[in-house]
Design a protein around this ligand. Structure first.
Ligand SMILES: C[S@@+](CC[C@H](N)C(=O)[O-])C[C@H]1O[C@@H](n2cnc3c(N)ncnc32)[C@H](O)[C@@H]1O
Length: 208
């Protein structure tokens, strides 16, 4: 069967403009942005030209998606969009620590991952951000959250139930839990921005 590459995810198509608007306001002006869990790669292709002169380093845990990201890189034809690397957020050492990009990583972006992965992936992401980001660097997270232990809307509660039915280790995280785990890695909560369809942009800053 013919495999069509690059792939497209409808959710990424819908949320990309609202996310870009926030990234343009919160990302440091230079350096390399490491994207953890790039998925199809379509966000990387859409964001890179809009975020010049920053470099964008896509990465994926699922090997099957690396080809799609490579195809998006070819289509984008920008030297600032770097070839994807395989990266499991849970790993104690990430490939970008072994072979750092030419322009140092100034921010990490992670979209719609921590609820669709075990909690250990979220902890690994926060630990990696704590290790890699320079003082003043940013970690940007996007997705649905519970707040103060409760869902903010019934649709997020339904979504949470469907996630846990697919995998009991998945589920909509509580922002308080994420904030506490981030603090343990030297990351302080900088901004929480309400996004369309009951998602949040959550921005952490690495302390000195
Ligand atoms: C819903 S998709 C989101 C992909 C992309 N960020 C987007 O918005 O289209 C969830 C992604 O999390 C990735 N993922 C799951 N576990 C991971 C882990 N331990 N480390 C890194 N990525 C992981 C999956 O491979 C998948 O690409």
């Amino acid at each position: 069967m013919m495999v069509h590459r690059p792939r497209k995810a409808p959710a990424a198509e819908r949320n990309r403009t609202a996310i870009l608007d926030v990234l343009q306001r919160v990302l440091p002006p230079t350096g390399t942005v490491l994207e953890v869990s790039s998925g199809t790669g379509q966000h990387a292709a859409f964001f890179t030209p809009e975020l010049a002169p920053r470099r964008w380093q896509p990465s994926e845990f699922d090997q099957a998606l690396i080809g799609s990201i490579e195809d998006w890189c070819q289509r984008t034809d920008s030297a600032r969009l770097l070839p994807p690397v395989e990266l499991d957020a849970s790993d104690p050492v990430w490939p970008v620590e072994v072979t750092p990009p030419e322009f140092p990583i100034s921010a990490i972006v992670n979209i719609n991952m921590i609820h669709i992965a075990p909690w250990t992936a979220a902890l690994g992401l926060l630990a990696g951000a704590g290790r890699i980001l320079p003082p003043g660097g940013f970690l940007y997270l996007y997705g649905p959250y519970r707040r103060g232990g409760v869902h903010t809307v019934p649709s997020n509660e339904d979504f949470d139930r469907s996630l846990q039915a697919r995998d009991p280790q998945w589920g909509v995280r509580d922002l308080d839990d994420v904030e506490a785990a981030a603090r343990a890695e030297g990351l302080v909560l900088d901004q929480v921005i309400e996004m369309p369809v009951n998602n949040l942009s959550v921005v952490f800053r690495k302390t000195g």
